[in-house]
Ligand binder design. Structure first.
Ligand code: PHE
Length: 461
């Protein structure tokens, strides 16, 4: 027997849950560094344009698909009437279910490391984290297993309690906490000598740095940051009351996500330059993993002359907590896609479904975590594009770098065919509704397909 579908209890609750999904490691790390490397203010302008002109219509579309069908992605794309197109929609639904599952697994690996780093910092062992050999030994260590159990336990407590009492209640506390911490840390960092050099690289526009690769990167970053193409907003949309106003929520979500990304830049870049004023932004690693686990612990240790070891540990502890909150609230949303999918296609209740989801993702996470030296086979799994890749690299390349824009393209096609139905739930005579309708039939799918094809070409051929 099917129970009544769960629902968010308030607009604020929904917004915090959706912002929790959107604000993740992408905002805290990848965005500021991409901006500093690729033209500062010029990159920011480009990013803003992509968020509001290209990604916002897809946010509206995903939420509308969920709200109108009240289904998770696997069934939201089923097409009852036109039987010829049915396999295509089933395939789209399948891709939008598989993608979040795979992203959940690789993102969990990184979050497990993060939980480990926070724990070690709180034990007063920041100096060990700053040792250049620590990270490579840590990701091979057996300790990971305990952190994995710890992470699944935290996620389990939240997801077990359902949409209102679990997801909504936790994100209503965690997200404001994150906003406050990030602003507080940014204000502190800006008082340090030389921090303004970082601001210069972040904010002063250098349009000469903008090339095709930068444009491609900015669009992919905006797309990932808003959690698009992962079935998350379809699932969260399916928990919206049919009367809820999507247009406003979508705009506020895009605004909140961009606001946090912007503030993260006011924190991380001034911190780096306050310690190393001569850093060349071009030398900063583009990998969020490299930054957070190898570079930042060193930076934190080097804050000692200003604030002592305890102060540096406190700063590091707050920073890792911030990153952990961002990662966990993102994981909640992506795990929920799997929970909702199983529940929509079985009679299992939330507790059983959550338990199964956690166990299966935990096993896959454990397997993927072996790609860093614990298993030779998984570490040197495959070779393409001229390099040896681990299983972890392969999953990131396929599901994060390649498939996401393609999923966005599929959503555009779906919306084009079903606009009449979907637009019933959108505000009438509204600029965003009209723009969504026009852009999802023209410029947006064209751009996404171009990004998809160019990624395939540059990565695999
Ligand atoms: N927006 C998230 C980020 O920036 C993307 C994400 C969502 C990743 C959900 C995993 C799970 O990190």
């Amino acid at each position: 027997m099917k129970t009544v579908r769960e629902e968010f209890s308030s607009k604020f609750g929904f917004l915090m849950a959706a912002a929790g999904s959107a604000v993740g490691l992408g905002n805290l790390l990848a965005f500021p560094v991409a901006a500093a490397k690729n033209g500062g203010g010029a990159f920011l302008v480009l990013y803003l344009l992509f968020v509001f002109l290209i990604c916002l219509p897809i946010v509206v579309a995903e939420l509308a698909i969920g709200q109108s069908t009240q289904q998770s992605p696997l069934s939201a794309f089923k097409h009852p009437k036109k039987s010829l197109a049915k396999p295509f929609w089933s395939f789209s639904g399948f891709l939008l279910t598989l993608t979040p599952f795979m992203i959940a697994v690789f993102y969990s690996v990184v979050t497990v490391w993060l939980l480990g780093y926070l724990t070690i910092t709180l034990q007063g062992r920041l100096d060990q984290l700053a040792n250049p050999d620590f990270f490579s030994a840590f990701i091979k260590s057996d300790d990971l297993f305990f952190y994995l159990i710890g992470l699944m336990f935290i996620l389990g407590i939240i997801l077990f309690q359902g949409v209102q009492k679990g997801i909504e209640r936790s994100t209503k506390i965690l997200m404001p906490t994150l906003f406050i911490l990030i602003v507080a840390l940014a204000l502190f960092v800006l008082t340090l000598e030389n921090s303004l050099i970082g601001l210069k690289f972040y904010l002063l526009p250098d349009f000469s740095k903008i090339n095709l690769e930068v444009v491609n990167g900015a669009l992919s970053q905006a797309f990932f940051s808003l959690s698009l193409g992962m079935g998350i907003l379809i699932t969260y949309g399916s928990y919206l009351n049919k009367k809820a106003n999507i247009n406003k929520s979508a705009t506020m979500l895009a605004g909140a996500d961009t606001f946090v990304a912007f503030f993260a830049g006011l924190l991380t870049l001034p911190a780096i330059f306050a310690i190393h004023p001569n850093t060349n932004p071009a030398d900063l690693s583009t990998s969020s993993v490299g930054l957070i686990f190898s570079y930042f612990p060193k930076i934190f240790m080097e804050m000692q002359p200003f604030i002592g070891y305890t102060g540096a540990s406190l700063f590091a502890g707050i920073f890792f907590s911030l990153a952990l909150i961002a990662a966990i609230t993102s994981l909640i949303s992506i795990f929920e896609v799997a929970v909702a999918t199983v529940r929509d296609h079985s009679d299992l209740n939330r507790h059983v479904t959550t338990f199964l989801t956690l166990i299966i993702i935990a096993i896959c996470t454990w397997v993927l975590a072996q790609s860093f030296g614990r298993s030779d086979f998984l570490t040197n799994f495959i070779e393409y594009g001229g390099t040896n890749k681990s299983l972890f690299d392969l999953i990131v390349d396929i599901f994060y770098e390649t498939i996401l824009p393609f999923n966005g393209f599929l959503i555009c096609i779906y919306v084009t065919y079903h606009w009449k139905n979907l637009s019933n739930n959108l505000e009438k005579n509204n600029l965003l509704t009209t723009y969504t309708n026009i852009s999802l039939r023209s410029i947006v799918p064209l751009l996404l397909l171009t990004v998809f094809l160019s990624t395939v070409y540059s990565k695999y051929l």
